[in-house]
Design a protein around this ligand. Sequence first.
Ligand SMILES: C[S@@+](CC[C@H](N)C(=O)[O-])C[C@H]1O[C@@H](n2cnc3c(N)ncnc32)[C@H](O)[C@@H]1O
Length: 249
Amino acid sequence: MSQPRLYGELAYLWPIISPPGEYLEEAEVWRQAIRDKLGQGRHRVLELGVGGGHNLSHLTGDFQATAVDLSPQMLDLSRMLNPGVEHQLGDMRTLRLGETFDAVLIHDAITYMLTEHDLAATFETAKSHIRAGGLLIAAPDWVRENFRAPMVFHWERNGVINGSDIQVTVQEYLHDPDTSDTEIESVYTYTIVEDGQQRVEQDTHTTGLFPMATWTRLLREAGFQVETVQLPANEGGYGGFIFVAELGK
Ligand SMILES: C[S@@+](CC[C@H](N)C(=O)[O-])C[C@H]1O[C@@H](n2cnc3c(N)ncnc32)[C@H](O)[C@@H]1O
């Protein structure tokens, strides 16, 4: 399966389409969840699928982070935003760094796991990077129970990248082409005005959709005790909660 264009040649738009400031409130919930389970201290965290590092950028003041992503372009963005963080190219399903952390964080990147097999492999990766008694936090955009199709989202953002004024209008058509499998599809149209020049780009993201019971079963099978924590409400209802999973001691 090919990577979405947004994480390839269009990655430079990520800080405009989804700016770091929009993650502030959510990151506070992540910080609290880590503190609640692990107590005070500059815990060592590993983020898998860090993307542009926008969520992570609100946590690096409190925690010592390492970050991994499949996309070199997204890693470059995160490196710029999070200079004190060690970054590595890797796939969350197969990565083995040979070290353990107090917590593994997987933000919306977990959404790109398309099958139970992918999810189980990612939980194994997380487990092999977490010390006994440590934590995994994962944040799917949707679960079967809160998903309704089709949905259409629309937003506009602007900013300056490398001295160019850029305005992006994003339209997302999210639907479920085949309800018998665990995949859904977002068809994106990006209308980009860059230094006064307009162009339109299209992109398709295939993501996974699973019932809550599948998430909790797979996490338990991997050795975690699971609870869910509510996130602040956002436009469109994306990512309503996080799974907070503790590894047995
Ligand atoms: C929506 S972006 C993450 C944005 C991030 N939460 C932020 O705050 O900037 C999703 C990321 O998941 C990454 N990704 C997708 N599949 C992956 C995999 N198998 N292993 C590692 N990263 C993956 C993509 O390359 C992309 O950077």
